[in-house]
Design a protein around this ligand. Sequence first.
Ligand code: Z5A
Length: 212
Amino acid sequence: NGANTESRGACIVLEGLDRSGKTSQSTRLVSYLEGLGHSAELWRFPDRTTSVGQMISSYLSNESQLDDHTVHLLFSANRWQKRSLMERKLKAGTSLIIDRYSFSGVAFSSAKGLDFDWCKAPEIGLLAPDLVLYLDIPPEKAAERGGYGTERYEKLEFQRKVADCYKVLQDPSWKVVDAQLPIEEISKQVQEVGLKCVEQCLKGKQLSLLWS
Ligand code: Z5A
């Protein structure tokens, strides 16, 4: 019904604390969709391959220092760098499974104490995902998984604050999955809602923008 509801790929975002299993689950979802003959790609933010992504990467590994506002805008710019490609891929029928997106941007920066609405502002106008899968795990349990490395945010106290900020962001459309279940069990749930979303977008669904 109408020119704006042409068949397209789905934009599916996985969010959650560090070690919640986003990478494992997004990889599995892409394989599953491809196995069914769908065109799907795995994306992640930060995308460390772009020029802005390299600045973020050196900041995360503590090789450089940046003001909190500056780094927030870099994370956002990193998404803006990919926006037009994202739109082209979706319109060409490829589904994008994205490991972290604007929600990470707002959750991590507001956990540092930056104003919540200020954090949301630079994300306005980016493509809104068709589905957000939130891998829910208590920070203490996530920390037990192989322990944290040396990256900047890999500390329990900070992850607790991030978890609280994610709660503020969460809306009823999010699919919350218990990330403490066995990997296979989580995959089944992710595949079920993921496939439904892909099929719905194939039938035709209008692209929308953050935050509306
Ligand atoms: N950041 C930001 O500040 N602003 C932004 O806009 C964006 C990001 C986009 C980048 O992290 C950092 O940037 C991140 C947020 C911030 N900082 N933190 N924290 P990243 O994306 O490069 O790294 P990560 O998200 O922290 O990834 P991760 O540590 O690899 O976690 P994961 O992808 O969620 O989990 P995983 O690799 O799939 O699994 C972790 C381990 O748990 C692994 O050993 C698995 O085998 C195991 N695992 C997974 N699932 C299970 C289950 N179900 N049971 C038991 N064990 C499991």
